[in-house]
Design a binder for this molecule. Structure first.
Ligand SMILES: [Zn+2]
Length: 484
């Protein structure tokens, strides 16, 4: 029996507002525990929430980027449940009327075709605090402490639509998550750092018999913050569910946890339905009316989306699509390229040097491009020196390594290290003479009409000059000296 895989995400992204969602406390990641708190975000009796307008703007920005309808009337609701890091006993979220509904996020499907993955809704809610256990594992801990710094940090929840173009494979799930994260970073509303828990998701997965329309029961895997673990959990679930179904069993609609060590999912509890949370409109917060003018204002300042940037780089700078895809994958890289492009004569070479040479150095140093010491101006200058034949590729790489280490500019590094190319024919001719005397075999072959040994001789000259000769010039000299 063959099954279709149906995958759907509820993605949470922490918004990069300066202040929390309902109070003036600041959102600081590395602040000492309970230093960024007030009566509102610690749920003191009588304290009243006041909505952060910036968070609403960010939610609408996300809605526009994901082709949603922006609801003119919205409201917050209380989602009731108890947890030690949720001091009010409820979380302020949205239920009936979220800010954005019925959108899609376009990805490239496994069949290489554009695929508009359904987005059911995008809403705002507050984050909970954080429990800090006295030991690495909860079971081994003698006690746990609560840090409320994260309490009421604005979270954007993006809920996928499992009935409208859901994800159909593990690969598509990955493509979707990457595109989602890329989009949120491009529109500048979240840093989406996985290691800081700024981008995390709940994964829904079900199987259904190929060719049938009815959806199977779903398993939901909660609170995943690593792409690799998500892929592992999905792989395990597909295997588990298909085995149960093949044996004629039934999948329980339940919430499961991923065991990171064993790489398996385990049942946690049967899935809550909405009634379990007793949602009701939060009486402390007024209804929000969003007018067209406000939406238009946000639309006017919308940053460029990844697909728009990709198309522009291809069209405006003539970058091959595969290179353009790599250059736009990360917003910071695309901005670095964007800062260099107007200063460079050969943009294709520029793209190539970022992808091949700069990435190599960044990877080796585990450094993000925004912390790179090589300024776009200096990098462009280096590319122009190579483009104009003033230095060879080999010297270029050596100069770049030095620029990467010291932040110096290419001209002064070339001078300091005496890397200027050997300029005129005379010294180069002398070196070539040496090479000719040392390689009579190759010379004979060239005079007999073979072309391959020419490259060999050029290689020998480059070796002797430590890459400082211009290979084009050497080739000319060989032609002049050895062929009729
Ligand atoms: Zn506060």
């Amino acid at each position: 029996m063959e099954y279709d895989v149906i995958i759907c995400f509820e993605t949470h992204a922490e918004l990069k507002t300066k202040r929390k969602l309902f109070c003036d406390c600041s959102v600081k990641y590395d602040a000492s525990p309970n230093s960024q708190i007030c009566p509102v975000c610690t749920g003191q009796p009588g304290a009243l929430p006041v909505l952060n307008k910036k968070a609403v703007e960010y939610a609408i920005r996300a809605g526009l980027a994901m082709n949603c309808t922006i609801n003119r009337e919205s409201r917050f609701a209380r989602k009731n449940y108890f947890y030690p890091d949720l001091p009010k006993g409820y979380q302020i979220s949205q239920y009936e009327r979220p800010f954005c509904e019925d959108g899609f996020l376009e990805i490239t499907g496994d069949d290489d075709q554009p695929y508009a993955v359904g987005i059911k809704r995008i809403h705002l809610e507050e984050d909970a605090g954080k429990l800090v256990h006295s030991s690495d594992s909860f079971e081994a801990s003698d006690y746990s402490l609560v840090d409320y710094n994260r309490s009421s940090v604005p979270l954007l929840e993006i809920v996928g639509d499992h009935e409208r173009n859901p994800l159909r494979s593990i690969q598509e799930a990955r493509t979707y998550l990457e595109k989602m994260r890329q989009t949120l970073k491009y529109i500048d509303i979240s840093d989406c750092l996985l290691e800081k828990g700024q981008f995390r998701c709940d994964v829904n997965i079900s199987l259904r018999l190929k060719g049938t329309k009815e959806f199977g029961n779903r398993a939901e895997i909660k609170n995943m913050a690593s792409f690799r673990f998500i892929m592992d959990a999905l792989e395990y679930e597909i295997k588990r569910q298909s085995e149960i179904l093949r044996e004629g069993g039934r999948i329980n609609q339940e919430t499961r946890l991923f065991d990171e060590e064993k790489r398996i999912t385990l049942p946690m509890r049967s899935k809550e339905d909405a009634p379990d949370y007793r949602y009701f409109p939060d009486p402390d917060l007024v209804e929000i009316e969003i007018d067209q003018e406000f939406i238009q204002k946000i639309e006017n300042i919308m940053p460029e989306l990844p697909d728009q940037k990709l198309a522009r780089i291809i069209k405006e700078f003539g970058i091959p699509k595969n290179d353009a895809l790599i250059l736009t994958r990360d917003k910071d890289v695309s901005e670095y390229f964007g800062a260099c492009a107007p200063l460079c004569q050969d943009r294709k070479r520029l793209g190539n040097w970022i992808i091949k040479e700069l990435f190599k150095l960044l990877n080796a140093a585990s450094l993000p491009i925004e912390e790179c010491m090589v300024s776009p101006k200096d990098f462009s200058q280096l590319i122009n020196l190579i483009t104009n034949g003033r230095i060879t590729d080999t010297i270029g790489r050596e100069v770049l390594e030095e620029m990467f280490k010291t932040g110096g500019n290419p001209d002064s590094i070339i001078d300091e290290k005496d890397l200027r190319p050997i300029p005129d024919d005379e010294p180069l001719g002398k070196i070539l003479d040496e090479v000719i005397t040392e390689n009579t075999g190759a010379v004979e072959k060239i005079t007999a009409g073979e072309t391959k040994p020419v490259d060999f001789l050029i290689g020998q000259v480059m070796k002797k000059t430590k890459g400082k000769a211009d290979p084009k010039k050497v080739r000319e000299l060989i032609k002049r000296n050895l062929t009729v």
